[in-house]
Design a protein around this ligand. Structure first.
Ligand code: WT7
Length: 642
């Protein structure tokens, strides 16, 4: 049996083998494909119990390794001079960098020594709030090299989001930059960091990369320049020997209570699955140029810009900019410039690029492309067909990869050119992944065509092990809705052949332009406005963003409704943008005197979601509501706001 499969029959055999004996399946792959200091005592040890006290998953317990030796050192002999990272800057006139594996090794070691010289130790949590420059990749790998836990915070997040995350993980070091280029603008990353740190007492050092030559204040004794410290550091740094189950990183994702969840990923299992899934899904071949357009601030960047590709000895492109700068043809210009073979992006990007003048596509030579990928939300048929026709020239398989921050790696996807792709379907689970569909009563639906809630029945190596500092919440969120199974929060349909089509979130999370937003977090901010009594946030369909944010707001005094609503609307939007970041800003705000509630006082979002989507009929049974009469007002308000 082959683990990295190249035909449908090999996929079938691997899938069957992974079902028959999951431990043997992963043991054989882990043994063959990685460098370990010591092999494991146990391949898998787990209890997927809803009781936090019992719940726990361990892969490769007792094994010793360092993931950076697998991503860098072991490649040096064979591919030291091969490009590991191609850096394409925001500004198309800035010369791209081709960083070889040997240079990567030196730079990561220097960064690791720089961290040590600034007080970093094994087990420390280090926050990376950085632009998409190679230094971000070095910093990620340097943390892993010395056994520190990285927590990358996307550089589009606000000061409040940053400080919440720094405090939750109790980070002692923050790495940031003076500024980050983003299209024609500069994000003032250091200013935002300074504001965030006003409310954090755990941070001792701030390492600041000079990227934009912005004038910024440095705090004496706390702030140091990356370039100064880096220059002083040695390029030799032995890798810390880690336990397979030691923490590798924390990455925050939205939750339904408003407090983001710090998902914890560990060294051994994560490495094995990031490598395995990367090679199988994209069918990476020696010499291919691979580009994932995600930011390293998201899990996609962790697994499929850094760890997956580098562990596989691939050449991975890192792009600092945005798809719209200097014009909407930038992605295609970069594909041509670097002769990209494998291109992985998000449906929201595809939809917005599809609305542009076609000459922005046709003027570029895209003939290097052989595989396309998508991730982050369901892709609609029009976007899929546009991608297939205009980018893939009907000649590239499209992998629609379903997975989550929590799953660490791609779970359901076709394998490029190996298993069949079907428009709008993620299709089949990877070998080792056992999805199932559950009905509303918690009963597993039998095989064959079904629709239900998507769960995973058996542990896989890269699953998040806990929520940092809150194992109880981990148990409650993922393992108690359907006892003994991992609940994804997504709904899905399955056809008679076993292909999955993800229909979207069934919980209080809305995906806007591929960003996973918790409605509760937004409500909490809206409720801080002095005139607001209560609010309910839902998603509604949006042509380009997939979903957009719709907020229902009740004000403290009803007479304010007509007089100041326009002003309050503006203030609410600004408040949310300032506190959580512009991506969270409600696109529509509807004032209403009451929100529909159940008898237990829970807001009935089901109704609000339908109204926001202009579905005014079939609102379902409203007779069980505490205040059914308010539904009419809500509908009237939605109709009249246009
Ligand atoms: C949620 C996870 C996985 C990296 C990016 C997002 C949605 C993700 C797909 C897809 C339909 C998808 C799901 C999932 N999602 N990929 N191919 N088809 N939906 O990671 O921020 O943790 O979001 O994104 O709803 O639960 P994330």
């Amino acid at each position: 049996m082959k683990h990295i499969v190249n035909t449908q029959a090999e996929y079938n055999a691997a899938y069957q083998a992974s079902l028959d004996d999951p431990e043997k399946f992963w043991r054989d792959f882990a043994e063959k494909e990685f460098t370990w200091h010591k092999k494991w005592d146990n391949v898998l040890n787990y209890t997927m119990s809803p009781e936090a006290g019992k719940l726990g998953v361990k892969w490769f317990e007792g094994a010793k390794l360092n993931i950076t030796e697998n991503c860098i050192d072991r490649h040096l002999e064979k591919r030291g001079e091969q490009t590991a990272i191609i850096f394409e800057a925001n500004n198309p006139n800035e010369k791209p960098l081709h960083i070889t594996y040997r240079e990567l090794a030196k730079n990561v070691n220097k960064t690791a020594n720089m961290l040590k010289a600034n007080g970093a130790k094994k087990g420390d949590r280090i926050c990376l709030y950085m632009p998409m420059t190679p230094e971000l990749a070095y910093a990620v790998l340097a943390c892993a090299r010395i056994g520190a836990v990285h927590s990358v915070v996307f550089a589009g997040f606000s000061a409040k989001s940053l400080s919440d995350r720094i405090m939750d993980a109790k980070c002692n070091i923050v790495i940031t930059a003076d500024g980050g280029y983003r299209g024609s603008k500069i994000t003032p990353l250091k200013d935002i960091t300074d504001e965030a740190l006003q409310s954090c007492d755990c941070v001792q050092k701030v390492i600041v990369l000079n990227r934009t030559n912005s004038k910024i204040p440095m705090v004496y004794g706390r702030d140091v320049w990356w370039q100064d410290e880096f220059a002083k550091a040695s390029d030799v740094c032995p890798a810390e020997v880690m336990d397979a189950e030691d923490m590798l990183f924390i990455l925050y994702t939205s939750g339904s209570t408003g407090k983001p969840k710090g998902m914890v990923h560990t060294c051994g299992g994560y490495m094995v699955y990031a490598n395995y899934s990367f090679r199988n899904v994209f069918q990476y071949q020696e010499g291919d140029i691979y580009w994932c357009t995600a930011d390293i601030g998201w899990i996609t960047g962790h697994s499929y810009i850094v760890y997956g590709p580098l562990s596989a000895g691939a050449t991975t492109v890192m792009f600092e900019g945005v798809p719209s700068y200097p014009d909407m043809g930038r992605f295609w210009e970069v594909v041509q410039k670097h002769k990209v073979n494998i291109f992985y992006t998000a449906p929201t990007a595809i939809r917005s690029l599809a609305t542009c003048d076609m000459s922005l596509v046709t003027k570029h030579d895209l003939s290097s492309l052989k595989t396309l990928g998508t991730v982050g939300e369901p892709i609609n048929l029009e976007a899929w067909e546009w991608y297939d026709e205009h980018i893939g020239k009907k000649n590239c398989p499209i992998v629609d990869t379903w997975w989550q921050t929590e799953t660490g790696g791609i779970m359901i996807s076709s394998l490029a050119g190996v298993t069949k792709d079907i428009p709008t379907y993620a299709t089949l689970p990877l070998p080792g992944i056992q999805p199932c569909l559950m009905d509303e009563n918690g009963v597993e639906l039998p095989d064959g065509a079904q629709e239900g809630r998507l769960c995973i029945k058996h542990p896989w190596p890269s699953m998040a092990r806990t929520i940092y500092g809150d194992h109880q919440r981990y148990a409650d969120t993922y393992f108690s809705t359907f006892s003994g199974k991992y609940f994804t929060g997504d709904g899905a349909k399955r056809d008679a052949e076993g292909n999955y089509r993800i229909t979207g979130r069934v919980d209080d999370i809305v995906i806007v332009s591929g960003h996973n937003l918790g409605t509760a977090e937004i409500e909490n901010v809206i409720n801080e406005h002095p005139n607001v009594a209560e609010s309910a946030v839902v998603g509604y369909p949006h042509d380009v963003k997939g979903n957009s944010i719709y907020a229902y707001v009740t004000m403290k005094t009803q007479d304010g409704l007509t007089q100041d609503s326009e002003q309050v609307e503006k203030e609410i939007k600004n408040l949310v943008a300032k506190t959580l970041g512009p991506i969270c800003k409600p696109e529509k705000i509807q004032f209403t005197s009451e929100l529909p509630k159940t008898r237990s006082g829970k807001i009935m979002r089901r109704i609000l979601r339908k109204v926001a989507a202009d579905e005014f009929e079939n609102l379902g049974d409203i007779s069980t509501l505490l205040n059914p009469e308010c539904v009419e007002e809500v509908v009237r308000g939605a109709c009249s706001r246009g």
